[in-house]
Design a protein around this ligand. Structure first.
Ligand SMILES: [Zn+2]
Length: 353
């Protein structure tokens, strides 16, 4: 396998993950049926052991076309690199910035031109200050230009793009203490449904898609056929719903439905458009559909329990996530199953979209 080109290796890893996923689902079904042991089918371990970087280390994986993935630095970091330079989607945790930048350099020595933040959370924007400073924005004027409103444009930094609410939550009104330093703030925000530009000979389509906050961005690399989805897809657990930032389970379901509309599967419902989740492995149409089904089923169960006037405690006791807990549940850590059910309940009870 080591002699294969990197892209082929990546496809093999993806293919084997798909096979393991399928085996895992059947394995689970076997345990609850009376068919176990028949036909000599070896039961796959669940969850499957996936190879990943050692703690504190990052790893680069080719995705497809001009797009690469850096894992291990908090949230997944998407890299698009070509003739015109480098574009990153998210920058990972602040503590990992040096390792992330070293990894970017193994993909391309070109100039970093753009950073896109899918959300304001620190595992996605922590590296902004250090990493954006390594770049240089695409100059709109001669460097000697001083007159007019572009006269003070900061060239010595990559342009940091986000939906407007991300800047609002990372900064603060004049005179108040901001939660993050100014060097980390987006300087190129949008407040329209989409922001689009052409970079490295491909359309980059950024769509505002409320999901786990009210200001998520989803980035489509239209020629490479890769979507960087951010936290509306978290394959390591249940989606993190940030109620304070306007997130809701209902918006996540809507966002996943829209993501499915963007992804086109290749043969046998696998491959085709590839999706980089906020956390976890590279996905395709089928995996997004499975995740959408999971969030939809849980939403409907909780909604139904709310209609029956069950209290939050009664809903938690009824375990509306029960059949998905083996795959996505967590009893400890920063985002537990209990917290997910509670946030889902609160967003549905409030009727938030
Ligand atoms: Zn995240």
């Amino acid at each position: 396998m080591s002699r294969l080109p990197r892209a082929a290796t990546s496809r093999l890893i993806l293919a084997s993950v798909t096979v393991m996923t399928t085996l895992g689902v059947f394995g689970f079904a076997e345990r609850v049926s009376t068919q176990a042991g028949q036909g000599g089918v070896r039961q796959a371990a669940w969850p499957p052991a996936l190879r990943g970087p050692a703690p504190g280390e990052v790893e680069v994986l080719p995705v497809q076309g001009q797009v690469f993935l850096i894992t291990g630095a908090g949230a997944n970091i998407t890299v698009q690199a070509g003739e015109e330079g480098i574009l990153l989607v998210d920058t990972g945790l602040a503590s990992m910035s040096d390792k992330v930048w070293a990894a970017v350099q193994t993909i391309s020595k070109g100039k970093l031109r753009y950073v896109i933040n899918t959300t304001e959370h620190a595992d996605h924007t922590g590296g902004n200050a250090t990493i954006a400073a390594k770049g240089e924005t695409v100059p709109l004027r001669e460097r000697t230009y001083t007159a007019g409103p572009m006269g003070t444009l900061e060239y010595n930094r990559a342009s940091v793009i986000s939906y407007l609410t991300v800047l609002h939550r990372m900064s603060a009104p004049t005179g108040q203490a901001a939660p993050t330093p100014q060097a980390a703030w987006p300087d190129n925000t949008y407040s329209t449904p989409q922001k689009r530009f052409y970079f490295n000979h491909e359309p980059v389509v950024i769509t505002h898609q409320p999901a786990n906050t009210d200001g998520n961005s989803v980035v489509l690399f239209r020629k490479s056929d890769v979507v960087s989805a951010g936290d509306l897809l978290d394959l390591t657990g249940y989606p993190l719903i940030d109620l304070k930032a306007g997130g809701s389970l209902q918006s996540i379901v809507q966002a996943l439905n829209r993501l499915i509309d963007t992804t086109v599967p290749a043969a046998h419902a696998s491959g085709g458009t590839l999706v980089i989740p906020g956390h976890g492995r590279i996905a395709d149409h089928a995996e997004v559909a499975y995740y959408r089904n999971m969030t939809t089923i849980i939403r409907d169960r909780i909604q139904d329990m709310i209609r029956k006037r069950m209290t939050l405690e009664q809903i938690k006791a009824a375990r509306p996530t029960r059949d998905y807990d083996a795959r996505y549940g967590r009893a400890t850590g920063a985002w537990t199953t209990d917290m997910f059910v509670e946030a889902a309940y609160r967003s549905l009870a409030a009727g938030t979209n």
